[in-house]
Design a protein around this ligand. Structure first.
Ligand code: PML
Ligand code: MG
Length: 260
């Protein structure tokens, strides 16, 4: 058989009570870029992610596989810094001040916080104008799902070692996504905390400041979370959304990273 050097996109979504579009509860989503040879292992990883989830046991699971035809962009991970806070209110204050350092007005930050605090039904990101707080995407409850992205396990683990960070699958996925988002020139910043009840860390990421990990942004047991992207709203966002959803990106540290 001829060797196939191409990559495939694997995209998973899982929900409880039917598919998402019928109003079901979102359980889990996941992405991989994979060779044909690794595809079964990666598909199993996604099944495992969905069927061992703290948001519940899915009754709907969908895996979509597409061969990638576009050029795959390789991007270096954002630098990571960690802020240890004593509780969620302190974490939110810190997130607000990090966002205000990027020139985002207080009322816009407050609006974004409120959106996330009430966000118990959208699984994708909410895109807002960094100056006015106006919602920019037209996806309503669905939001925008950042797709076609991955960071190869060995390269990530090498990077963790060099960055003196513990290997953490959630951070890998979140940093992969934040790096893709922050590589677009329209992105000003991103605010995220998890919708998983057992995970209370979150982050503020930006092209200028990197990935600021905050140890507490909500309470244990809370299933409300998500992502807000603050963008430069002076431009049409069609190509921005196209980049997020459809342009393949692999995160890769340089092999000599940290040694120069
Ligand atoms: C998620 O669970 O989807 C978001 C996790 C955000 C924080 C990840 C981290 O840096 O630990
Ligand atoms: Mg989640």
């Amino acid at each position: 058989m001829m060797q196939d050097n191409g990559l495939y996109s694997l995209r998973m979504r899982a929900a409880l009570g039917g598919p998402h579009e019928k109003g079901a509860k979102h359980i889990s989503g996941g992405e991989h870029l994979s060779t044909k040879a690794d595809m079964q292992v990666k598909a199993l990883e996604l099944m495992d992610k969905a069927f061992s989830h703290t948001r519940g046991d899915p009754s709907f699971f969908q895996l979509t596989i597409d061969k990638i035809e576009e050029h795959i962009q390789s991007i270096k991970p954002l630098p990571v810094s960690t802020f240890d806070v004593s509780d969620a209110p302190q974490g939110k204050n810190l997130a607000s001040s990090l966002l205000s350092h990027h020139g985002i007005p207080h009322n816009v930050i407050k609006k974004a916080m409120n959106l996330l605090e009430r966000n118990d039904d959208s699984r994708g990101a909410l895109i807002i104008n960094a100056k006015t707080g106006e919602r920019m995407d037209d996806r309503e409850k669905k939001g925008v799902r950042v797709s076609l992205l991955d960071w190869e396990k060995e390269n990530f683990e090498k990077w963790c070692k060099q960055s003196k960070l513990a290997i953490n699958q959630r951070m890998k996925e979140a940093l992969t996504l934040a790096t893709k988002v922050c590589s677009h020139p329209l992105t000003v910043a991103e605010l995220c905390w998890s919708d998983d009840p057992d995970y209370i860390k979150g982050y503020v990421a930006s092209p200028a400041g990197g990935y600021h990990r905050i140890t507490k942004l909500k309470e244990y047991g809370d299933e409300v979370g998500g992502r807000v992207f603050f963008i430069d709203g002076d431009h049409p966002i069609d190509s921005y959304i196209h980049y997020l959803e459809e342009m393949p990106v692999l995160i890769e540290m340089e092999e000599n990273y940290g040694f120069n």
